[in-house]
Design a protein around this ligand. Structure first.
Ligand SMILES: [Zn+2]
Length: 482
């Protein structure tokens, strides 16, 4: 039944910016402070207080616009969006309406079935966040509602996509890409739990081949990728069933309930004219000249896609490795530093994706707090290259670097882990092992080549793992074939 219909999805993403201060006043944006401690007459909406635009918010908007292929408007306007809510003291939100700062962008995603696809970005505009209402969240306030205005006037970018996505999977691919970009740019901390990156989804269905869009429902504030997928899939099924049963979809705002996996009606969808938008007379039009844009452009970091291509091209690693290593900017920078110090693209990738990532996951720490620096890892890899230690002993050295913070050379020295490459010493151990295991020697000479592995293991054990495995192999073969 669902296959008769095509899904149409457009997304509105709210990105909370990482500026130290709010968009129209100097109050701090720090999260988790005592209620109403980060406020002033401007963000409390006291009469007569005047907003002053935070320049850094404009820088971040331009940066985000450039990274998503938007054109930057030479002149944009702030508008008042009027509605009443206890957490909105002024009775309006300062936003942008007719002339937003960025327009006509796009983001390329990879789809499961159809390869690459371009998703249009209609606009990006700047706005202030509202405060927060709390309804009996603490024992003392169980029968009351309180308002915390610390979040009021916190800077947001609203990034609005075209209705270009045709499945929940495409919507997720777009969101993950956008999330990765704003975090790479450093304009957002990316925390979905704290609401720094939140998404509303406009979902509709229409019979395949119909040009006109179906009536859409807007699903509000869904705070994880998994929930967004669930919410969209539930909503598509609900709308198709409704239409098949002879009903019709009404335009409304719906809420997703993570406990039931369902969406439910919250309120009729308001139209733009319900908000009585008009230009904010307290803020002059924002004029952005070319040199401002160019100044911001010079601060553009290498974006994930370009980084991935460079790692594959210059460091010779496979696409899978490059994707894992560029998922997160600090991890990519760690890897990049290792390769620059050591030179081996693939061996560094193996260690970063292997031991380093495992250690971080085990201890639940971020790469920024990794006790083994790129210098330490590269230094250790050089000791494998020059045969000071084997790859196996390297794991032991790595663990010791992790727990002590000492470099590889110090640990090799202190723990006597230097590989035995002296032919005479290895030969003596080989002779000893062969003499102690005459039966296995016979087996090998009788054609059972597998026994070689047993001998290698015995010699390595006798050397406490320090014998050079290549030399052990070679000497064993020579002696057994004598
Ligand atoms: Zn303030």
């Amino acid at each position: 039944m669902i296959s008769k219909y095509e899904t149409v999805i457009g997304l509105e993403v709210h990105v909370q910016l990482t500026t130290d201060t709010k968009i129209f006043c100097g109050c701090s944006t720090r999260f988790g402070e005592a209620p109403n401690s980060q406020t002033c007459p401007v963000c409390l909406g006291l009469p007569g207080a005047l907003p002053v635009l935070n320049r850094k918010v404009v820088d971040f908007a331009i940066l985000t616009g450039l990274a998503t292929n938007c054109s930057i408007a030479p002149r944009s306007i702030f508008a008042r969006k009027n509605y009443f809510y206890p957490d909105l003291p002024k009775g309006y939100q300062i936003s942008q309406y007719e002339l937003p700062i960025c327009e006509h962008g796009r983001l390329d995603i990879e789809t499961e079935e159809g390869g690459p696809k371009s998703i249009g970005i209609t606009r990006i505009h700047m706005e202030e966040d509202a405060g927060k209402s709390m309804h009996g969240e603490t024992p003392e306030t169980v029968n009351s509602s309180l308002v915390d205005l610390n979040r009021a006037c916190t800077p947001l970018l609203e990034i609005v996509s075209e209705p270009d996505m045709r499945s929940a999977d495409e919507a997720i691919a777009y969101l993950k890409k956008l999330h990765q970009i704003v975090v790479y740019l450093g304009v957002c901390d990316g925390s979905m739990e704290q609401g720094s990156f939140r998404c509303d989804a406009n979902v509709s269905v229409r019979p395949h081949g119909q040009a006109r869009f179906g009536t859409r429902a807007e699903i509000k504030n869904i705070n994880s990728f998994r929930f967004i997928k669930q919410a969209i899939e539930y909503e598509v099924e609900r709308q198709v069933e409704l239409i098949e049963d002879g009903g019709h979809v009404v335009q409304e705002t719906r809420l997703f309930d993570p406990d039931t996996g369902m969406t439910r009606s919250m309120r009729g969808k308001e139209e733009a004219h319900d908000y009585r938008y008009f230009p904010d007379p307290d803020l002059v039009p924002l004029v952005i000249k070319e040199d401002w844009i160019e100044r911001v452009r010079t601060r553009m970091p290498e974006l994930p896609e370009a980084k991935m291509e460079r790692f594959m091209r210059d460091y010779g690693i496979p696409a899978y490795d490059a994707e894992v290593l560029t998922a997160d900017r600090p991890l990519a920078e760690y890897y990049d530093a290792c390769v620059k110090l050591h030179g081996g693209g693939k061996i560094c990738a193996n260690w970063v994706m292997g031991e380093v990532t495992r250690g971080l996951n085990e201890q639940g720490i971020a790469i920024a707090d990794c006790p083994v620096t790129p210098e330490m890892l590269a230094g250790m890899l050089k000791r494998i290259d020059d045969n000071t230690i084997s790859g196996k002993i390297a794991k032991k050295v790595f663990d010791a670097m992790w727990s002590t913070g000492k470099d590889a050379d110090t640990i090799i020295e202190e723990q006597g882990l230097k590989q035995v490459t002296d032919t005479g010493a290895i030969e003596a151990m080989v002779d000893e092992i062969l003499a102690a295991n005459p039966d296995q020697v016979e087996e090998f000479r009788g054609g059972k080549e597998k026994v070689l592995g047993f001998f290698v293991g015995q010699v390595m054990k006798a050397s406490k793992g320090k014998a050079n495995p290549g030399m052990v192999n070679e000497l064993l073969r020579k002696k057994l074939q004598d």
